[in-house]
Ligand binder design. Sequence first.
Ligand SMILES: C[S@@+](CC[C@H](N)C(=O)[O-])C[C@H]1O[C@@H](n2cnc3c(N)ncnc32)[C@H](O)[C@@H]1O
Length: 280
Amino acid sequence: MSEGFDFGDNWRAYLACLDAGHIARAREALAGLLGVESLEGKTFLDIGCGSGIASLAAALLGAEVRSFDLNPKCVECARSLKAKFGPPGATWSIEPGSALDEDFLRSLGQYDVVYSWGVLHHTGDLWKALAIAALPVKEGGILALAIYNDQGRATQAWRLVKRAYNLLPPPLRFLVFYPALIRLWGPTMIKDLFRGRPLHTWRHYGGRGMSPWFDVVDWVGGYPFEAAKPEKVISFFSLRGFSLERLLSADGGSGCNEFRLRNTAPAGSGKPRPRPLETF
Ligand SMILES: C[S@@+](CC[C@H](N)C(=O)[O-])C[C@H]1O[C@@H](n2cnc3c(N)ncnc32)[C@H](O)[C@@H]1O
């Protein structure tokens, strides 16, 4: 019995269905979150790269990329994605590593962009992981994060669902998975049906190049699982010299709040310093 979800299997299955449309949407979403059209001449660190899709998007935008993930299968996924779709001549390294390993993060140097989408709430120690993720951000650089929204009781209930899913032997996980799928997608599917466009939302799902099926597997299985209210994340980083430039809100739902934070503290000072919003 395992207490943690194996993200690697899900990402491997996702990559088997990946096409150019997914990659284009991932690139568009990354550029939108970072507020850039190009990452030419910039360094990009992807913490918990999963399938490697965001790292690929960064490489396609011209960045020099370094990616790591705790799960060796994810490292393999990202390497295979690079081999298949990576831009020729791109500087992109992929390795195993943990977001909770402070010495490892310190050894990686400083980056223009540190990106960690949907990862730090799965480490088992969200606030430690957030503090460590700030370390490799250059002065004036960006920290881009997505963290599950804390919905109070609903979050606690989902934690139980996810724990139950992971404690069950794989052949019995459908007992948790299908009720969760109905809870997550049932209302939308019924609405689409009554509007005369069955499965419309499911078929047109795909922000960040994701797929609805693999996102549900990721959501139900993703454990350890923590969540945070956006204001708590913003004040946590404001105390560390980061200012919020962009918040893509989960609108009170169970999804992720996305943050674009700018490191406004001079290196080594530990103090915030005001900077203009767009200096990238
Ligand atoms: C929901 S997936 C997100 C993957 C990717 N960032 C994306 O947006 O597609 C979460 C990822 O976090 C990774 N992960 C979990 N704990 C980690 C840790 N301590 N250090 C690094 N990666 C971790 C998992 O292996 C998984 O690939």
